[in-house]
Design a protein around this ligand. Structure first.
Ligand code: C2E
Ligand code: MG
Ligand code: MG
Length: 442
């Protein structure tokens, strides 16, 4: 399939072509170069000049690549701001470096748009078959690794070094299978309840993605979210989660008052110019009176681009969406941003919560975070609550909400329906219990 903005091959098509080109090169015993071209600061171009300008930049880059293109070369757009060039039959890495120089030079001029001039530059990663890899998957990983080095060292391009074949073919397998996980209906939303420590009632649930792969069985997010983030698949995945979580939560029947459904939103998605619109249209589609949307973001999402991100969060909050800062305490916190943070909730990372009873230091940190949050009108969720002692300690520290295996593990949507309907409070040894009378009064 073709990419609609540039008319180039898209990622899926590129993966197929790369596979067959590498096989061809093997059969004819010729070398092949793969160049990955990444536009620097593309997210900022979108934010600063608008989406249409971003599209024009992509078209300009596509044209530049076509200029460098020789007969038999293949060009594709393989990510939001990433292009790939396959050069079969190169004689040595010098040829590929020449192409990289040319691309860099051609791109290093101001792009003239209707009303704007944009200066765009690129970093390039180069890998060669068979020098750096003997298979398509490892070749792509090697070029990716070179690109990462070019980006970090701010060089026009870098050439690959060796990579660990096993690790990358695993990454590749996941990437290939993940591509059609949505079409094959292999993704699932699990819900994990959150309860109020004040009333004992459920206040909502976090939506957590699971992948029931036909080949791999149940795969946890820690395994495939990083792959999704590196391939651009994170965008369809996040949109799917957002829509599914809203749809499923609109069906929740319970006597507990308004519930909240939380969806994790990674930095890359938050940075997109169309992020707020995506959330708003999903909400319109699954409009529900009984539940409210909360987005969980990470601190590092707003460190780099605080103004732009805060502006988006403010827009969302104006529309009634809640904002939660996930894994709080593990990032690079700066207290200065608390003055005007557009958020409603802090989630204390479970690394502090799980050691709360054993280690006084962790208890101190948790108490400090609760106090800090309350001073700025934020509510506090403790995640990773695994026993009654921790639950009652958190209650004493005036933490507002708890989530963790002690209350319930993440579960499929239909099971969560049952859990919500049958919930009678957490009763074990001195812990929370929700009064039945209130429950039946609804
Ligand atoms: P997170 O957002 O901090 O989610 C909480 C994680 O803690 C979940 O792991 C949950 O199962 C786990 N957990 C909850 N209570 C306990 C407990 O008492 N003990 C222990 N040991 N663990 C507990 P999970 O579902 O494996 O997700 C891991 C991470 O993957 C999430 O951390 C989140 O960063 C990411 N993730 C999950 N679903 C999504 C998604 O839909 N989109 C994105 N972008 N990331 C997701
Ligand atoms: Mg979360
Ligand atoms: Mg978390």
């Amino acid at each position: 399939m073709k990419d609609s903005i540039t008319g180039l091959f898209d990622r899926q098509q590129f993966l197929r072509i790369l596979n067959s080109e590498v096989n061809e090169a093997g059969t004819h015993q010729i070398a092949l170069a793969l160049l990955l071209v990444d536009i620097r600061q593309f997210g900022r171009i979108n934010i600063k000049h608008g989406y249409a300008a971003g599209d024009s930049v992509l078209q300009v880059v596509a044209k530049v690549l076509e200029q460098v293109h020789r007969k038999g070369d293949q060009i594709a757009r393989i990510g939001d701001d990433q292009f790939a060039l396959i050069l079969p039959g190169v004689l040595n890495s010098g040829h590929a470096e020449l192409a990289a120089h040319k691309i860099h030079r051609l791109l290093d001029v101001p792009v003239q748009l209707d009303h704007d001039t944009i200066h765009c530059t690129a970093n390039i990663g180069i890998a060669l078959y068979p020098d750096h890899a003997r298979g398509a998957e490892v070749l792509l990983a090697a070029a990716d690794e070179a690109l990462r080095r070019a980006r970090l060292s701010d060089q026009p391009f870098c050439v690959a070094q060796g990579v660990d074949d096993d690790e990358y073919s695993e990454h590749w397998d996941i990437e290939m299978a993940l591509e059609d996980a949505i079409q094959k209906s292999e993704l699932r939303v699990y819900f994990q309840p959150k309860i109020s420590l004040l009333t004992g009632k459920p206040v909502g649930a976090e939506a957590l993605v699971r992948w029931e792969s036909a080949f791999r069985g149940l795969v946890g997010p820690d395994e495939f979210i990083p792959v999704a983030e590196s391939t651009g698949f994170i965008r369809p995945l996040t949109e799917w989660m957002l829509n599914s979580a809203l749809r499923l939560s609109s069906e929740w029947e319970h006597p507990w008052g308004e519930q909240e459904v939380s969806v994790n939103v990674p930095t890359q998605i938050l940075e997109r110019a169309d992020f707020v619109d995506t959330v708003m249209s999903a909400r319109e589609l699954w409009n529900s009176e009984g539940s409210r949307l909360c987005i969980e973001i990470l601190e590092q999402s707003f460190i780099e681009n605080i103004e732009a991100v805060f502006a988006k969060l403010k827009r969302l909050r104006d529309e009634g969406v809640r904002v939660s800062i996930d894994d709080f305490g593990t990032g690079y916190s700066s207290l200065s941003y608390f003055r005007d943070i557009p958020a409603d909730e802090l989630k204390i990372d479970r690394s502090f919560v799980s050691g709360l009873i054993q280690e006084r230091d962790n208890a101190n940190i948790v108490e400090l975070i609760v106090d800090l949050a309350h001073r700025f009108d934020l509510s506090v969720v403790a995640e990773g609550v695994e026993d009654a002692k921790t639950l009652s300690a958190l209650k004493k520290m005036q933490c507002d909400v708890a989530q963790g295996y002690f209350i319930a593990r993440p579960m499929p949507a239909d099971e969560y329906h049952g859990w919500l309907a049958n919930y009678r409070g957490i009763n074990a040894s001195g812990a929370i219990s929700a009064p039945d009378t209130e429950k039946s009064a609804g």
